[in-house]
Design a protein around this ligand. Structure first.
Ligand code: SF4
Length: 437
């Protein structure tokens, strides 16, 4: 006899029966990342004085700023921890994706901050505290968090070049809203938002200095992630490539803070001589984001990357980069779920997972550890009309990633903090880091 499932049963419970070997934390995290959440007025009130969204590069939200209203758009916490609740979940870090039509909400019930699904509590929620240096200002009035925000209580997120030279329909990646988001930010007035396209090196170094000097272990800096848009021509009359543009920032940061924490540099694919420039300046890891394994989909989804570099060169350089940087230090992002993007993506979960698994297998066999970021379907992108990513795909991709990672006995990808078991990981953008245990 089939089991009867009440209509109000939360998704995490239904999927835990379907995937009994997958931690419930992974299921809830992936569902929150793909569907986002709204925040009730009580839930928003709790966010006052907490670390709030800083719009660091992409909007990373499903609802746009107008739809949410500025109070929500600028008042929401950047990321949260969920834990306990009716399922006794272990503490799990997740990025806050705002979607005012989501079945999930941050709310306050019986004096506790919680996550609900259609009004049913699924977990307790903890908002992030502000570190002591948030609110400090430079002489021109710019706040520290406007220059470098803190993510997950432990990552410095540095966007040196906040635009992308891949421009327009023929070049911009179809899932990316970097240039749209910069235009949006310039229309916002939120005081923690800054729209400077190019970050001032002295200010970046100043904030990172304050971050490494932070005495509170709860907000201890464990990594610096540096990223920005692609560079294909001179920026303000200076360097015409991402390596030469970023190397002086890296050298200045290393001079101030030393080598204790890793620097993850994310740029478009670089030739090995340029990669060595970055390595010698002081980066620890280099991630040239491949985004999707299937070549046909790469050409469609990332036309600028295909035009300026090409799929074969991109992949070959990833293999070569392991020889320069070492295993665990080449970890390109894959947009998990984009495999099923309409209208040209795979039509079934089975085909999409098979393609993703093929990519994990091939890349990991060369010592490249792709890392997954769950696709956030942002309103300013060419794929904004797509339905939410399949939860089955996300869970099965996480399983495939974890099995392949174990098979090749690879280390955690460096610069993203601990991973490999629920309750351990810090990275909030994928459930794959919470697999295992
Ligand atoms: S290369 Fe693609 S994903 Fe990266 S910033 Fe440019 S458009 Fe966005």
């Amino acid at each position: 006899m089939n089991e009867v499932i009440a209509p109000s049963t939360p998704t995490v419970e239904i999927y835990a029966r379907k995937y009994p070997d997958v931690p419930m934390e992974v299921i809830l995290k992936e569902d929150l990342l793909r569907l986002g959440l709204s925040i009730t007025p009580d839930g928003l009130a709790v966010a006052k004085g907490k670390r709030q969204q800083a719009y660091y590069l992409f909007s990373y939200n499903i609802s746009d700023h107008q739809e949410m209203g500025e109070e929500m758009s600028t008042g929401a916490p950047e990321d949260i921890i969920f834990r306990d609740g009716p399922y006794g979940l272990r503490r799990t870090s997740v990025r806050v994706v705002l979607n005012d039509k989501s079945p999930y909400a941050l709310d306050v019930q019986d004096g506790k901050t919680v996550i609900t699904q259609n009004g049913v509590v699924v977990a307790d929620a903890v908002y992030p505290d502000k570190p002591a240096y948030y609110g400090r200002t430079f002489d021109d009035g710019l706040k520290y968090e406007q220059v470098v925000p803190l993510l997950y209580n432990s990552y410095a997120f540095v966007t040196t070049f906040r635009a992308c030279h891949y421009w327009g329909d023929k070049e911009e990646c179809r899932f990316c809203d970097i240039n749209y988001n910069l235009r949006e930010i310039r229309r916002l007035t939120g005081e923690h938002v800054t729209a400077d396209a190019i970050k001032d090196s002295d200010k970046v170094v100043g904030v990172l200095g304050a971050m490494v000097d932070e005495p509170d272990p709860a907000n201890r800096l464990i990594t610096i992630i540096m990223t920005g848009g692609s560079i294909v021509r001179k920026v303000k009359g200076g360097p015409d490539n991402a390596a030469d543009f970023n190397a002086p920032y890296v050298a200045a940061i290393r001079e101030r803070i030393g080598h204790r924490v890793p620097i993850v540099m994310i740029t478009e694919s670089q030739p090995m001589d340029k990669l060595r420039v970055l390595r010698d300046a002081g980066i620890t890891c280099h991630n040239a984001n491949l985004e999707v394994w299937d070549e046909r989909l790469f050409k469609w989804l990332a036309p600028g990357k295909d035009h300026y570099i090409g799929y074969d060169t991109w992949v070959r350089r990833l293999y070569d980069a392991v020889g320069v940087m070492g295993e665990g230090r080449v970890s390109p992002n894959m947009v998990s779920g984009i495999e099923m993007a309409k209208p040209y993506g795979f039509e079934t979960v089975k085909e999409a997972v098979a393609s993703a698994r093929d990519g994990f297998e091939t890349l990991m066999s060369h010592g490249v550890i792709p890392h997954l970021d769950t696709w956030c379907i942002e309103p300013g992108t060419r794929l904004s009309e797509n339905p939410p990513v399949s939860l089955d795909f996300l869970i099965q991709a996480d399983i495939a990633w974890y099995e392949t990672w174990r098979k090749y006995k690879l280390p955690p990808f460096e610069g993203y903090g601990p991973m490999g078991s629920p309750g351990v990981a810090v990275y909030g953008n994928t459930g794959s880091v919470d697999m295992g245990g």
